[in-house]
Design a protein around this ligand. Structure first.
Ligand SMILES: *Cc1c(COP(=O)(O)O)cnc(C)c1O
Length: 360
């Protein structure tokens, strides 16, 4: 009997998992529609997809197949450690690693799996060439000052030695209307004149909203794919993708003067029926999102009472007297809703989503 047969037997003998008490539903049709809308906004160019940080917390296994099937061909991750999960769904040669190689082991890994480094410095360029060279991408810094070669380094022989597919830069303030956006686009065009490349890329999600001048050959949307609206121009095109729900574990009756949660920060002024919900800060519903916020049952608002715990939140059930243990509530996680963004940015709201919600 071989090993994989034995593993299959083991799995067959495992008890069935009971249903979860919290869930993250990914609307794959909305994700695909968002990609297609952003691809259409790229004019003559194409849209790729930023799938770093496990597709911004939504899960590579849920999102990457939907993006691939919608027609996306270029995928961006930050770390080498993120390549394998994405490569399970798309050819490794279509995966770009934004951080580039920090040491020769990264180059060896890139070669072994076929993923493509984004070269960010002369040192990285030299390291890649010394490891054998081949197709790569090049980041040019035009003003954000995080990663990328300086424009003044464009003529360096270490850059001339590269076989560059995507020549790219990254906008610092694409969600604002500022002169820096145009300046950065201008500087990238300048770099493109001296650095041989096949494709030119500048815009992230917000950059796509800046208009066709910024789309070039390839755009790199991330947050807008997942339902974020970083510029008003994109509002029409983008649909929500992530829906978070959690179940009531228990309903309780409070007498006036009784308190709720750690540090007894809420005290019932009158008799109240409250419910304990199966989600907490360990799932990414951070404590800071508690005050003034509410869960929902259909259109009935259920205000949060007291502090958010690691695994639980208590809500006021006054508006929904029919609810009982086991019922599902909607957890506020609409990243296009400005009111939800006072504490966390839409990027943070997604990337803090915890393992239990993702079902891993
Ligand atoms: C994360 C990232 C993107 C995607 O940005 P969004 O604002 O999420 O659209 C694009 N390009 C680079 C270099 C990035 O690091």
């Amino acid at each position: 009997m071989n090993e994989s047969y034995l593993r299959a037997m083991d799995r067959a003998l495992e008890p069935d998992m009971p249903p979860p008490s919290l869930r993250l539903a990914i609307d794959r049709a909305a994700l695909a529609a968002n990609w297609r809308a952003l691809d259409a906004l790229a004019g003559g160019g194409r849209a790729g997809a930023a799938v770093k940080a496990d597709c911004y917390g939504l899960g590579v296994d849920s999102c990457v197949p939907a993006l691939r099937d919608a027609g996306c061909e270029d995928f961006f991750v930050a770390h080498w450690g993120e390549v394998a999960a994405v490569a399970a769904h798309v050819p490794a040669g279509r995966i770009a690693v934004l951080h580039g190689p920090l040491e020769p082991a990264d180059c060896a890994y890139a070669r072994a799996v076929g993923a493509v480094p984004v070269i960010n410095s002369l040192e990285q360029a030299e390291m890649w060439t010394q490891s054998g060279g081949g197709r790569c991408h090049l980041m040019v810094d035009t003003g954000i000052n995080r990663l990328g070669i300086a424009l003044a380094e464009a003529g360096d022989p270490r850059i001339a030695a590269l076989d560059i597919d995507i020549l790219m830069s990254h906008l610092a303030c694409a969600d604002e209307t500022t002169a820096l956006n145009r300046m950065q686009a201008e500087l990238l065009r300048e770099a493109a004149e001296t650095i041989p490349h096949r494709r030119l890329s500048l815009a992230n999600s917000a950059g796509i909203g800046l208009g066709p001048d910024f789309a070039l050959d390839l755009t790199r949307p991330g947050i807008a794919l997942y339902g974020g609206v970083p510029r008003a121009e994109l509002a029409e095109a983008i649909r929500p993708v992530a829906h978070v729900e959690a179940r009531l574990l228990q309903c309780r009756q409070l007498a006036p003067g009784e308190s709720v949660g750690y540090n007894a920060t809420f005290i019932a002024p009158t008799p109240m029926r409250v419910g304990t919900v199966s989600i907490g800060y360990a799932d990414g519903f951070l404590r800071a999102r508690g005050p003034g916020n509410a869960f929902w049952s259909d259109s009935r608002r259920l205000p949060i009472l007291g502090k958010v715990s690691m695994d639980m939140v208590v809500v006021d059930l006054a508006e929904a007297p029919d609810l009982a243990a086991g019922d599902w509530l909607k957890v506020p996680w609409n990243i296009a809703d400005a009111a939800q963004q006072t504490i966390l940015s839409p990027y943070e709201m997604l990337t803090v989503i915890g393992r239990r919600l993702r079902g891993v």
